[in-house]
Design a protein around this ligand. Structure first.
Ligand SMILES: [Zn+2]
Length: 596
């Protein structure tokens, strides 16, 4: 393995903006104003008869303007992320947010005009718009379901104090929740995020108490939270299905994701059929924890952790090496991100927590932020975020509007590079405890991302059906318990308070049916990984094709061009075959442990 000697460091933002004050900065602001004014001046030239050349010139001007704005607002966001305590950074961020809103409002007329344009001229202009085509088509995806202008105006008005207000009320109510838990003989008041850390506590009593407290508090507000959900669901149906004529409640989300209804049905179906893999895993996990049977409280229980840490330069070498073995092209892009100094990997007071990758402009190395401590998880996070950066660079030849992958494919490169790293770690690691940790991490993650999220959506499908037929909140609780019983079979012991779990999932309220995007993204990568294992080197160019599309075509088109059929159950089954393989490795480790 080649050593790159990359140490933990901060990042440089120079490629975005050479300076944030003085004459040079004022020149950037002046340039933006000139571009926006020029765009505004083109307003009266918009017409169904306008020439393709004129339309294309306008799209280029729009892209240039967004590019300038993107430099300014991304700089502000990244500066604030590196130092959230800086008043200067906060002030700059506020100023750029205001500027960005103003610019968007001044340019809004274009997308409104475009969405309302008749089909025939729109098709003519799309055909001539090259790389902008998919972006322009996406803007019009809801056009067939758009009502007359006065109707749309009424819907906007009713949403402000109707469904948007319901979602806001849900947030206001649940954000104020406070939880009490006894930890080490001391009773503590905490927020939900703090409470959530105790579902991973080593003590079985603490894990149970954390869940019981969570649903005690949600249970105290069950009537009002249930009522909010009823109105949200009814409004969703009356607006989208009855008035706009969209085929079903979930079809609204599928349309937004540009996925055909049968693709999503197939995905959910295959998830459902494969639950026995997780049942087997939960029985094994009970064994590992020394329990007769796993309780729902123990799903995320830690299995005795191996104390293995990796210095940052070693982590980077491992990530780059695993990418290099897969594809030198990908490794080259990854090295470029480090070479440009775009990775902030230090631990510093005031720095934003967590991790992200910001792909800002096509062709420009993305910026990656991680808080690297050295655990196996941290190494996987580096692989994940670098994967996102590679994806953006692979798509760097597209426009600003089309180089970002769309939601269903957004996690492809990130999770795939995690898989490459995990496989490499599993192959090189001879300490069984470290191998076991890694397999448990992968399977816990796959349950939480693939199975659990799919079952949220299966519940929503049923709930949306039943609520219009008059189901009560109590009925929904019973429905949810049925959902959990199917999900866990007899591998996990359920307790009654979990009937309230759905009231504690914000996505179910704010963005109905959103959660399948997590299952889709994760399982897609596992299925691709299965193809890689069976096809070897011939898989690589097909995978690179997927990445280099960025967001310039629909998920079905992109995967189809690369030779994968996401409408077929067999494709998705491949993902579960990978998981079964990991489970069998883990089972084999368990047997080894017993012999020793
Ligand atoms: Zn990600």
């Amino acid at each position: 393995m080649k050593a790159h000697g990359i140490e933990q460091s901060g990042w440089t933002l120079e490629a975005l903006l050479p300076t944030r004050e003085g004459a040079e900065f004022e020149r950037v602001l002046a340039e933006l104003e000139r571009q926006v004014a020029q765009f505004e001046a083109s307003r009266e030239r918009l017409s169904p008869e306008m020439s393709c050349e004129e339309f294309l010139a306008l799209m280029r001007l729009s892209e240039d303007t967004h590019t300038t704005m993107q430099r300014l607002s991304s700089y502000a966001y990244l500066w604030f992320s590196e130092d959230t305590q800086s008043q200067e950074a906060l002030g700059f961020l506020g100023r750029m947010e205001q500027l960005s809103t103003d610019v968007q409002n001044r340019m809004l007329f274009f997308s409104l005009w475009w969405k309302g344009l008749d089909e025939e001229p729109a098709r003519r202009l799309v055909a001539a718009s090259g790389d902008y085509a998919y972006y322009l088509e996406s803007l019009r995806r809801f056009t067939p379901y758009t009502l007359s202008e006065p109707e749309e105006r009424i819907i906007n008005l009713k949403d402000v104090n109707g469904s948007n207000a319901l979602v806001k009320l849900y947030e206001v109510i649940t954000n104020r929740f406070s939880f009490t838990l006894e930890v080490d003989g001391e009773t503590k008041e905490m927020t939900r995020d703090e409470l959530a850390t105790y579902v991973r506590a080593p003590s079985p009593e603490v894990r149970a108490a954390a869940y019981q407290e969570l649903y005690r508090v949600y249970g105290d507000h069950e009537a009002v939270l249930g009522q909010i959900y009823h109105h949200r669901v009814r409004d969703w149906a009356s607006e989208n299905v009855a008035l706009r004529g969209i085929a079903s409640p979930i079809a609204v989300r599928n349309l937004g994701n540009d996925l055909a209804d049968p693709v999503v049905e197939t995905l959910l179906d295959v998830c459902r059929k494969n639950m026995p893999i997780f049942h087997r895993y939960f029985r094994l996990k009970a064994d590992l924890l020394g329990l007769e049977r796993l309780r729902r409280y123990d799903i995320y229980a830690p299995v005795r952790a191996a104390e293995r840490t990796y210095p940052f330069p070693e982590a980077v070498d491992m990530v780059l090496d695993s990418l290099e073995r897969f594809s030198p092209t990908i490794a080259e892009h990854a090295r470029h991100v480090f070479a440009e100094g775009h990775v902030d990997s230090e631990i510093r007071p005031g720095k934003r927590g967590g991790a992200f990758c910001a792909g800002i402009l096509p062709g420009l190395a993305p910026w990656v932020l991680v808080n690297y401590v050295g655990k196996t998880d941290d190494v996987l996070t580096v692989a994940h975020e670098i994967g996102h950066a590679v994806h953006a660079l692979m798509a760097g030849h597209h426009s600003l509007f089309t180089f970002h992958s769309t939601l269903p494919l957004a996690e492809t490169a990130s999770v795939f590079s995690e898989m490459l790293l995990a496989d490499r770690l599993l192959r090189q690691e001879d300490d069984p405890a470290v191998r076991r940790d890694l397999l448990v991490t992968i399977l816990d993650g796959a349950y939480a991302t693939v199975a659990r999220q799919a079952y949220f959506v299966l519940f929503e499908l049923e709930a949306h059906r039943r609520i219009v037929d008059g189901a009560t909140t109590g009925d929904l609780g019973a429905l949810y318990m049925d959902n959990l019983r199917e999900q866990f079979g007899d591998s996990v012991e359920l307790s009654d308070e979990f009937r309230r779990e759905w009231t504690a999932i914000p996505h179910i309220y704010a963005t109905p049916f959103y959660c399948y995007a997590y299952s889709f993204g994760q399982l897609l990568v596992l299925a691709l990984y299965q193809q890689y294992r069976s096809d070897g080197a011939s898989f690589v160019p097909r995978y690179l094709d997927i990445l280099s599309y960025g967001g310039s075509a629909s998920p079905e088109h992109i995967t189809g061009e690369a030779g994968f059929d996401i409408a077929s159950p067999g494709f998705w089954q491949g993902g579960f075959d990978v998981l079964r393989g990991f489970l069998e490795d883990l089972e084999a480790l368990g047997e080894m442990g017993e012999e020793a």
